[in-house]
Design a protein around this ligand. Structure first.
Ligand code: UDP
Ligand code: GAL
Ligand code: MN
Length: 337
């Protein structure tokens, strides 16, 4: 091939890049819309009778009420969607059981000013209302804690943590801190623990129906995608490595009994440290390790993406209510490295 021809080809390729980017940018929203029409697996109704009940109130779950979505897993755990449960029955059950909930959230560096006040004040409107709740706020800036008016039976504990210089480490090292605080404090005061990212806002009931021994959340961007597109860690050198899985879970929300959350956070932390020793880092950091753990230890209860919705996906007919929403991410301004 002549020099001129070669140069022409290179120029053509270079020209294709911005054109492809424009096409992607313009078709992105409609792609996300079309993904909403991909079918989900179905919960075979006869299996529902065999569902292992965590609470007797689970027998009231209406698995057939949402024919548009998957309402149970292959291991017979419920996947909670609006319309399947009676909120009052769950609240009553947990009041009778004496359930108390710890909510952990990290607000390190600039994340505190950007998100914490909105997160906590919206949580006071929607998170586990009627149950005793203790917030465990981990921050390097306790003096900047916003003043939040709390309802009776609800309190905040502020715990000072170091600020890791890499944001990936801030995110991953949450696993270590959570497991330590469960051992030193939470286990003596609360029956359940829920762990949240701070960059989100409660917008609807996030109630006691979500409580169980081991609770994981379907990631809003993946619940209708084929498994081959799940962003598991595919590097066989990482402890988070996995080829196949059940779902793609989102690390922005997970929870369960204190015992189970302690086991999960400890295992993830160990995986993260082993990776550091081997000089590898999983693709989506703590989320990759969480997905690996949940593949090996199936959750007893799964939350639909109503429980952590990204409004940039747009309207979907299966999302009848949003209980928690992603807040806008401003990484350039918030992350130091
Ligand atoms: N985080 C923080 N400060 C940081 C980075 C992360 O407090 O500098 C905490 C915060 O709770 C945040 C979570 O770690 O929500 C996970 O990080 P991020 O939300 O940026 O990750 P993404 O949701 O984009 O994967
Ligand atoms: C993104 C999300 C990340 C991570 C990723 C997994 O949408 O912002 O936090 O969950 O998906 O592919
Ligand atoms: Mn986040």
């Amino acid at each position: 091939m002549g020099y001129i021809q070669k140069t022409k080809n290179i120029l053509k390729c270079l020209l294709c890049v911005p054109i492809a980017l424009c096409v992607l940018y313009l078709t992105g929203p409609s792609m996300r819309y079309l993904v909403g029409f991909l079918p989900m697996d179905k919960c075979p109704l006869e299996k529902v009778d065999l569902l292992s009940l965590e609470y007797s109130v689970d027998a009231t779950l209406d698995f057939g009420s949402r024919s548009d979505v998957q309402t149970c897993t292959s291991w017979k755990a419920p996947i909670l969607w609006d319309g399947m449960f009676d909120p009052d029955l769950y609240d009553q059950t947990h009041r009778n059981e004496g359930t108390s909930v710890a909510l952990t959230v990290f607000a390190v560096g600039r994340y505190l000013e950007a998100y914490l006040e909105t997160f906590l004040s919206s949580s006071e409107q929607h998170f586990m209302l009627g149950l005793p709740v203790t917030y465990y706020v981990f921050t390097d800036l306790p003096e900047k804690m916003p003043d939040i008016k709390l309802a009776p039976q609800r309190s905040i504990k502020v715990i000072k943590v170091d600020r890791h210089s890499r944001w990936q480490d801030v995110s991953m090292m949450r696993m270590k801190t959570i497991s330590e605080v469960i051992e030193s404090d939470i286990r003596h005061h609360c029956t359940h623990v829920f762990c949240f990212d701070v960059d989100q806002v409660f917008t609807g009931r996030f109630g006691s129906e979500a409580l169980g021994d081991s609770v994981a959340l379907l990631h809003a961007h993946f619940y209708r995608l084929p498994k081959s597109l799940f962003t598991y860690d595919r590097n066989s050198k990482s402890k988070a490595y996995m080829e196949v899985g059940d779902f793609y879970y989102h690390a922005a929300v997970f929870g369960g009994s204190w015992k189970w959350v302690k086991a999960l956070t400890e295992a993830c932390y160990q995986g993260i440290m082993e990776d550091k020793k081997n000089k590898v880092e999983a693709l989506w950091h703590d989320e990759s390790h969480l997905n690996k753990y949940l593949w090996l230890h199936k959750p007893s209860r799964v939350l639909s993406p109503e429980y952590c919705w990204d409004p940039s996906i747009g309207n979907r007919s299966d999302i009848r209510v949003t209980r928690l929403q992603w807040a806008p991410k401003h990484y350039e301004a918030l992350r130091t490295e």
